[in-house]
Design a protein around this ligand. Structure first.
Ligand SMILES: NC(=O)C1=CN([C@@H]2O[C@H](COP(=O)(O)OP(=O)(O)OC[C@H]3O[C@@H](n4cnc5c(N)ncnc54)[C@H](OP(=O)(O)O)[C@@H]3O)[C@@H](O)[C@H]2O)C=CC1
Ligand SMILES: O=C(O)C1=N[C@H](C(=O)O)C[C@H](O)C1
Length: 247
């Protein structure tokens, strides 16, 4: 039985995860931690794995505490950027015993969307990302959009692709979106969405779109269960669920 502490347990993702983990053979939720609760509950409950669904401003502190106490961590919270990842790697040292699994998106469809976007990126002249989320999301652009843009930019760099064409000379209100790894990313926040993303590719005489929609947070749960079950076998930092799913 793997004992799991859920951080942000009363939140949208935390509460769904408490249900999903509780319903899975071999996993047990032993601590539900929210704002104001002490992280000591993680160790006093005997948790071996912590799952963080809090907010970008506190996730690194939570991960640091877990690593210092030898507790494996799955980070679902968005905004875990390269600087934070580097800080965790330094903390873990050269021979890490603890696993830190950082997952920008747990849904299998979103993981495949990112994989297909990475594959397509070098073959098209133009790329734009449009991500659409519920209006209660506090960060923009989404972690998924950032990860997608970074994967696509790396694939283009490896292939020696030319910069994206764009003749815009004035954009005082940011109509061309934010730039993530030089790729325009547009963030929509609207009631009716959970989490959606389109990646638009353009080439001579053709356009190609990859779209993914999470209509319900249940879409993330098989990935959450796989991550929580698999993190202890992966000491060090792992980004993305691909390796855990055998992709
Ligand atoms: N990787 C993925 O597939 C997914 C990632 N996410 C990400 O997960 C994160 C959470 O999303 P969501 O569940 O929608 O957000 P919610 O706001 O619904 O939940 C966050 C919870 O964390 C609590 N919290 C805040 N600070 C702390 C803290 N210091 N210690 C413990 N608990 C704390 C909040 O409490 P309070 O309300 O009192 O502040 C709240 O209960 C976001 O970053 C989101 O982008 C979301 C969906 C999927
Ligand atoms: O806040 C959300 O809801 C989501 N956050 C993650 C992100 O920022 O990419 C994952 C998913 O898009 C849902």
């Amino acid at each position: 039985m793997t004992r799991v502490a859920v951080l942000g347990a009363k939140g949208r993702m935390g509460s769904e995860s408490v249900r999903a983990i509780g319903a899975t053979d071999g996993l047990e939720v032993v601590a539900e931690i929210d704002q104001g609760d002490s992280l000591e509950l993680i160790t006093s409950s005997g948790a071996e794995v912590a799952l963080d669904f809090t907010q970008p401003g506190v996730a690194l502190d939570n991960v640091t505490w877990c690593v210092e106490h030898g507790v494996h961590v799955v980070v679902g919270t968005s905004g875990f950027d390269d600087e934070r990842i580097a800080a965790v790697r330094t903390l873990l040292g050269d021979e890490p015993a603890t696993g830190v699994l950082i997952v920008p998106n747990f849904s299998i469809g979103a993981i495949l969307m990112m994989r297909f976007a990475e594959t397509a990126a070098p073959f098209f002249e133009s790329i734009e990302v449009i991500e659409m989320h519920h209006p209660d999301k506090i960060d923009a652009p989404s972690g998924t959009a950032v990860r997608t843009a970074e994967l696509m930019a790396a694939a283009r760099e490896a292939a020696g692709s030319t910069p994206l064409p764009d003749a815009t000379t004035t954009d005082p209100d940011g109509a061309r979106g934010a730039r993530v790894a030089d790729i325009p990313v547009h963030s929509v926040r609207a009631r009716g969405f959970v989490a959606s993303q389109q990646v638009l590719f353009g080439g001579a005489g053709e356009a190609f779109t990859i779209r993914h929609d999470s209509h319900d947070r249940t879409s993330f749960m098989p990935g959450v269960v796989a991550a929580v079950s698999g993190v202890s076998a992966r000491p060090g930092v792992t980004v993305g669920l691909d390796a855990v799913l055998g992709l």
